[in-house]
Design a protein around this ligand. Structure first.
Ligand SMILES: *Cc1c(COP(=O)(O)O)cnc(C)c1O
Length: 401
């Protein structure tokens, strides 16, 4: 991409960057980004092949290393997160594993929020522990707990903010100061906000990671992930990826480029629908509690307002009557999908206690606020009045208390 255009895009607003960012045109002058569905690349001569393999001249060798469609996605996402560089991965979990493999070794210590994606906990507890990495879990809201958990061997702090399913927020500026004191890397899973609502690097994070499967695709079609940050750090992740293979497929990168083009406008609409649904739920007599950052009743409403530019598309609420009541509200829906996926134009509904957190010990769940009556909704882009009607079907059938 020519340098003038690059400089202009670096200064452009996010909605523009999401549509125009990255090298988007080959010599064929195509308007939509080209899909380079190729595993390898050819050379004009043995000498050129030799130079390219040696890294003495620029060029593609093999799609486990580089692919032009994937590179455009990486450039665009780096721009949106305000990071120097981005590496794309085959899924969000591949992004997490690659970060761990790049920066942790036997004897190191990791401090993680206790409110993280279930498979992330498995990576930490089942696999990292096997290689001699120690892990401590803390309440993500409690800065003194983070501070107390840090040891001389602590190398990495990991969290999601806002968290799933209760939308707990961690003060990233304050936590980054704590991480810096220990010279530990602060890694933020920015899946719930996407770069359209929150840019953790600007708040002091060292690395941001994504499951592109969620809001970045936005339409539930493909799996992917990414790691964004200073090039010296992403290069370490890239080294692991290139040698081991969990890189992004060009086809998926092409899907995500289309997803990014509508990210700004979709996130605005997700936030609006979630806000309206949360306010409506708060009025329902059989709803005990609503967890949504856009409600002034959320204990971290003010903090979310400071570090996010919107409150996001995911909410949860507790119905009176426990698991039986929660299941009957879910089963009465006719429009929303009963699935644990999120970040989709289609609204999804799930019962965390028995699905995403089904294998977590009951006492741990209850202590964290994941109660049997809790329902999580990833609010999509349907007309919110139809979503209200869909939830009202089940709520109307619950016995009044
Ligand atoms: C889905 C998800 C992941 C894992 O991403 P995959 O693309 O499914 O591998 C990680 N973190 C969060 C917060 C997620 O929601």
């Amino acid at each position: 991409m020519n340098e003038e255009r690059k400089a202009i895009l670096a200064q452009a607003r996010p909605a523009t960057q999401a549509i125009r960012g990255g090298q988007t045109r080959s010599h064929e002058q195509e308007h939509a980004e080209a899909l380079y569905m190729t595993s390898s690349y050819v050379f004009d001569s043995a000498e050129q092949a030799s130079d390219t393999f040696a890294g003495d001249c620029e060029g593609n060798v093999y799609s486990r290393y580089t692919n032009p469609t994937v590179r455009t996605f990486e450039e665009r996402l780096a721009l949106l997160e305000g990071g120097e560089a981005c590496v794309a991965t085959s899924s969000g979990m591949a992004a997490i594993l690659s970060i761990c493999m790049a920066f942790l070794k036997s004897g190191d210590h990791l401090v993680s929020s206790r409110s993280i994606f279930g498979a992330t906990t498995v990576v930490f507890d089942k696999y990292l522990m096997r290689f001699g990495v120690q892990i401590s879990y803390v309440d993500p809201k409690d800065l003194s707990a983070w501070e107390a958990a840090i040891k001389p061997e602590t190398r990495l702090l990991f969290l999601e903010t806002p968290s799933n399913p209760l939308s707990e927020v961690t003060d990233l500026r304050a936590l980054s100061a704590i991480a810096q004191q220990q010279q530990a890397l602060l890694v933020v899973d920015n899946c719930f906000c996407s770069p359209a609502l929150q840019q953790p690097l600007a708040l002091g994070a060292d690395l941001v990671m994504h499951s592109a499967t969620k809001f970045i695709d936005g339409q539930g079609r493909a799996l992917g992930g990414a790691v964004i940050g200073r090039r010296e750090l992403t290069d370490e992740v890239l080294g692991f990826l290139r040698s081991t293979g969990p890189t992004m497929s060009p086809f998926n990168a092409w899907i995500f480029l289309k997803g990014l083009e509508t990210l700004s406008i979709r996130m605005k609409a997700h936030c609006e629908n979630a806000q309206a649904l949360a306010e409506w739920l708060e009025q329902q007599p059989l709803v005990e509690r609503v967890h949504y950052l856009g409600l002034p009743s959320h204990p971290q409403h003010e903090l979310a307002k400071q570090q996010q530019s919107g409150f996001g598309g995911v909410l949860s609420f507790v119905v009176k009557g426990g698991q039986k009541a929660a299941w009957s509200v879910i089963d009465a829906t006719r429009i929303v999908s009963i699935t644990a996926n999120l970040g989709d134009t289609k609204t999804t509904i799930t019962h965390p206690f028995t699905t995403t957190h089904g294998r977590v010990a009951e006492a741990t769940k209850l202590a964290a606020g994941i109660v049997p009556g809790l329902i999580r909704v990833s609010v999509g882009l349907e007309d919110v009045r139809d979503l209200q009607d869909d939830l009202a079907r089940g709520l109307a059938k619950l016995p009044a208390d």
